[in-house]
Design a protein around this ligand. Structure first.
Ligand SMILES: [Mg+2]
Length: 394
């Protein structure tokens, strides 16, 4: 028996599909399904939408872990069906029967046992979702919020910037900045570059000189294009240029950072995983801000290690999206001075819950700021009315 006296009696995996919480699966009238520059934009047939190349093919993964006393922890990631299969047929053995607080041991066993086929991607999505569910469960069993268990708050409120196509509306809603998904990539040539810069100049005019503007490039660029975009956007006072390259191309990140003007930060890491991947990004590529996604990088257990490493490198950690799962971390760290909010309303004009309709009681920013409640765990529970498909053990 562990300290809490509680062991894990069950683990459950669900896949959430269209209309049921897969955030890339938003129907056809949503900014996130409009044209955004991606690694697939070089192929005309896959340029118009990300769903055309299957960004929503795997669906969303939801994990529940249940303690002997009936408390339930919930974690969310992508990776859908294949990740759910891995959780129910491989990872479950390291979880069921364990004392609920043994998260470090459970994480390490999940990681080591999948090393021969895992390390990143779908497997790390699966490990992350289980890890988030475990932290949620520990908090619910101990009746403490996650932030309190990992060091407590260093600030009462979290200021957020907004990601979406309308920084001007984000400013009106109280956010500290707006990050625009880049529309045109290298395959659109000089004309596409000109359109990107026209959009940037238009936004700068709408929001004024002091509001933060950034680019989100979603792995779509090559070095010459990124350099041109960076230089022209720096003249418009853009604050950073994000995730320009294939996450494996640490050399391109290094070279862009070397060429960056003083007023422009180079950021990345949203699709990076584990302390090892982030060590490369910081030590070798020297990016200014790392942006781990707590649902992809290895969960909260790994994010804490990544964040501590970042502190020693003098880098900010501004996690990618992930709502409450990120906010509980951010509020405990001095080198995470603000957070991202992904504007999930179809026209980017309203603040809505990040995981709607998957979670109940999800905290959202008010006037651009998040104030966490003192509810146990991450303060949320699974909405059983969402479109959830249970994936059983084979
Ligand atoms: Mg991004």
């Amino acid at each position: 028996m562990g300290l809490t006296g509680q062991k894990i009696k069950d683990i459950r995996a669900y896949v959430a599909g269209g209309g049921g919480g897969d955030y890339h699966d938003q129907g056809q009238e949503h900014w996130i399904v409009n044209q955004i520059a991606t690694p697939m934009s070089i192929y005309p047939e896959y340029k118009k939408t990300r769903t055309s190349f299957g960004i929503n093919a795997l669906k969303t993964l939801v994990i529940e872990v249940e303690a002997d006393n009936g408390e339930v922890g919930v974690g969310i990631s992508t990776g859908g069906y294949p990740a759910a299969w891995i959780v129910m047929n491989h990872l479950d053995r390291f979880i069921v029967g364990q004392p609920v607080e043994n998260v470090e041991k459970m994480w390490d066993q999940m990681y080591r046992s999948t090393m021969y086929y895992g390390r990143k991607g779908v497997v790390m999505n699966a490990i992350s979702a289980v890890d988030l569910a475990l932290w949620d469960l520990i908090g619910k069993v101990r009746q403490e919020p996650v932030y309190a268990m990992i060091g407590g708050k260093v600030r009462d409120e979290i200021s957020c910037y907004a990601t979406g196509p309308r920084p001007d509306l984000a400013k009106e809603m109280g956010f500290i900045g707006g990050k625009i998904p880049l529309v045109y990539g290298p395959a659109d040539g000089e004309e596409g570059l000109r359109k990107n810069i026209e959009q940037a100049a238009d936004m700068r005019e709408r929001v004024g000189d002091d509001f933060w503007l950034m680019w989100d490039c979603w792995m779509s660029l090559d070095l010459p294009y990124a350099q041109k975009l960076m230089e022209k956007s720096s003249e418009l006072g853009f604050r950073w240029i994000e995730e320009c390259f294939n996450p494996d191309d640490y050399w391109a990140y290094r070279d862009l950072k070397k060429r960056a003007p003083n007023n422009m930060m180079v950021t990345g890491g949203e699709h990076e995983a584990t302390r090892y991947g982030f060590r490369m990004l910081m030590e070798f590529s020297d990016v200014d801000i790392i942006q781990p996604d707590v649902g992809w990088c290895g969960g909260l257990t790994e994010l804490i290690k990544i964040g501590n490493l970042a502190e020693s490198y003098g880098k900010y950690v501004i996690p990618h999206g992930s709502g409450v799962y990120s906010y509980h971390y951010v509020t405990t760290k001095t080198n995470s001075p603000f957070a991202e909010y992904l504007v999930m309303s179809p026209n980017a004009d309203k603040v809505v819950p990040q995981y709607y309709p998957l979670l109940e009681d999800e905290i959202i920013p008010e006037n651009g700021k998040v104030k966490l409640s003192d509810r146990p765990g991450f303060g949320v529970s699974l909405n059983k009315k969402a479109n959830l498909q249970k994936v059983n053990k084979d």
